[in-house]
Structures are given as C-alpha cells and as structure tokens.
Design a protein around this ligand. Sequence first.
Ligand code: NAD
Ligand code: UD1
Length: 346
Amino acid sequence: MENILITGGAGYVGSHITLNILKRGLKVIVLDSFVNSSKDVFNNFCKVIDKKILKRNFKIITGDIRDRKLLNDIFEDNAKRECAISSVIHCAGLKSVQTSIINPKEYWDVNVLGTMNLVDIMESYSCKKIIFSSSATVYDPSEGDLLHENSRISPINPYGSTKFVVEKFLEDIHKSSKNEWKCINLRYFNPIGADPEGIIGESPLKEKNNIFPLIMDVASKKLEKFTIFGNDWDSSDGTCVRDYIHIDDLAESHIRALEYLNNNTPVFMNLNVGTGEGTSVLELIKKFEETNQISIPFIYGERRKGDFGTVVADNRLAKKVLAWIPKKDLKDMCKDGWNWFSNTII
Ligand code: NAD
Ligand code: UD1
C-alpha cells in the first residue's frame, strides 16, 4: 500500500490533503513542527474515518524538516517495517510575505534548506516522487493577464524567492538524476473555505494576513471592520481581483498529481492550481454576506505594499494533465468556510 509523507500536514492546506488521502484508504505520515498549527486539527478525523483505519493508516510525528536525523529515522523506520515511504507531499514552510521581508534568513532556512534536507534524505531511501506546495507569488502579474505556467517569473519578496528557488532546485535534481525524479510544483492561487463536512478549516496560530480568515473574524465580531486594501485598482469596482479556489478542490489536485506521478515516467512540471475565475475583494465580501446572511462592515484603506491588481490562473494545463476540474464555486467556499468557523472556532 502507498505510504505518503505529508510535511506540514497539520497546516491549512496539508490537513485537507491528509484528510482526503486517508479517506481513500492510503497510509499517511504527517511530519509537522506545529509552529503554525495544532495537533487538535486531527481530533475530528474519527468522525469521518473509522478509528481502526486511522490507527492503522495514520501517524503524526512532531519535528522539523531541518532535522536530518529525524528525517532519516522516519524513512529508515518505515523501510524496515516494509512500508517504505513512496511519495512526499511537501507543504511544510513559512508563508507570511511580511515576516519574510523582516526575517529573510529564517525563510531561506526553513523553506529552502528544509527542502534540500528532505530531498537529500528522500534520495538516500530511493523515494523520488515529490509534490511541492508552490505559489502564484512566483509570477510577475503586473500585466493583469491570465497567468500561465510560462508567464514571466519575478518574485518580489523573500517568500516568493524561496518558492522559486525550490522549484528550480527540484528541476535541477530531476535533470541531474538521469531523470529518475518525478516532481510536480503546484502553484496555488488563493485557497479559501473549509472541508464541506466541517471537520477541519483554517486556523493559523501566527498572525492572520490572508483575506478569508479576516473576513470570518469580522463575521464573528472578533474584528470590528474589514479593511479593503485600495479601491483604485484597474478592476470593475476598483478592488483587487484574485483567483479563489475551494480548499477541497486544491486538496484533490494533489491526489490527482500523486496518481499522475505513479502512472507516468519521470517528469518535472509546474502546474497552476486555480479556477481561472477572477473575483474582486468587494465581490467576495458580498458573496459571503449573501451566502451566510451576515453583514461584513468594511472600510477602504491604502493599497498594501507589494499587492497586484489582478492575479488569476490560466488553469488549462493542470486540468488537462491531471484530469482535474475545480468543482466548487464561490458560494461553496463562503458556506463551507463559515460553517466550519462558526461551529468550531467561535
Ligand atoms: P500553514 O502555515 O497552515 O501550514 C504550514 C505547516 O507547516 C504548518 O502546520 C507549520 O506548523 C508547518 N511547518 C512550518 N515550518 C516547519 C518546519 N520547519 N518543519 C516542519 N513543519 C513546519 O500554511 P498553508 O496555508 O497550509 O500552506 C502550506 C504550503 O502551501 C506552504 O508551503 C505555503 O507557502 C504554500 N502556499 C499556501 C498558500 C495559501 O494561500 N494558503 C498559497 C500558496 C502557497
Ligand atoms: C498573499 C501573498 C502571497 C501568498 C498568499 C498565501 C501578498 C502580497 N501576497 O496573496 O504571496 O502566496 O498570500 O499566503 O502578501 N485584502 C484586503 N484586506 C485584507 C487582506 C487582504 O483587502 O485585510 C485583499 C488583498 O489586497 C488581496 C486579496 O485580499 O487583493 C487577497 O489577499 P491575501 O489573502 O493576502 O492573498 P494574496 O495577496 O493574493
């Protein structure tokens, strides 16, 4: 049976992938340092997965991807028990643009050195399949056109630089290893929402900067008002446009990517994971209000430094290669996100 290591598997993206893979009956090991998540995220898994299956197929390990000995022990232990780790979904990392500008060394250390460690240990155990959590932040979206995989790459902050160099590192590893490595970099656009059964959602421990958790803080009255960063952008209502994608559709793209790696010859690929649909900040707020019948008071503030007006994916390649289609719309994202938040967090 496949045994998959998910680094950062307790985080927002990783936990949704973990749940989806476990539901398919595969084995998962989560390695997470819990710097931005908590073990409690797994508490409700037993509501949707049989306890015996969980006990057999699911293991949580607390640790850091920079700890080579720990990584080695994990691979060694599984190889000895004849359930060698077959693939890695690598979500562990730091993701705040603002903090990366203040402390770039930490970002290069965790995101870049952490990945180099991981790949090195993987190689020594002949585990050569990796799916990496990359980001649309690698692109230069200043033209406002749909971004396709060959669009201009130009990260403008340390976080983006770390994503880009890891992508290149994986490409070099693939090329240098007589093409034995199978690597897919999934460039996420803007995942929001929560799993439709309300088992897990987005609950970062560190500062919240992303739009959806902040909208939910306003909805639950933890925050008085939402601040829209600028209303003078080149869009229909003047607010920024993004490509929001349901977290469940994003998780599904990893499962398709795993299947693709299992069924194809060694490959290196960058794929956009978005819906291809642009939504403005104002449209998202209105959809949230309408779907959940809750008012979101907001004010207009200054543009945020480093923002772009429009960031939307050309997702045709991912749809074609992975035979994957994002199924959920903005209403599902607002409904499922709030359903989880209002039942779990408040
Ligand atoms: P998250 O912070 O919720 O999850 C990351 C997880 O990695 C956390 O559980 C954290 O505790 C863990 N972690 C951090 N440093 C670690 C280390 N050194 N060793 C082991 N574990 C460590 O973030 P997320 O939103 O789930 O993002 C997952 C990945 O996807 C990240 O690499 C992020 O850069 C990337 N990404 C996210 C988005 C997004 O909008 N959420 C967009 C593009 C790319
Ligand atoms: C941000 C990061 C990106 C990273 C991604 C996931 C920046 C410039 N980009 O993307 O590199 O990969 O998060 O972590 O930080 N907004 C408001 N008010 C708020 C918060 C957000 O108006 O309080 C707007 C933003 O201007 C943007 C949209 O909401 O237009 C989405 O913002 P956010 O969730 O932070 O995602 P990105 O900026 O797309």
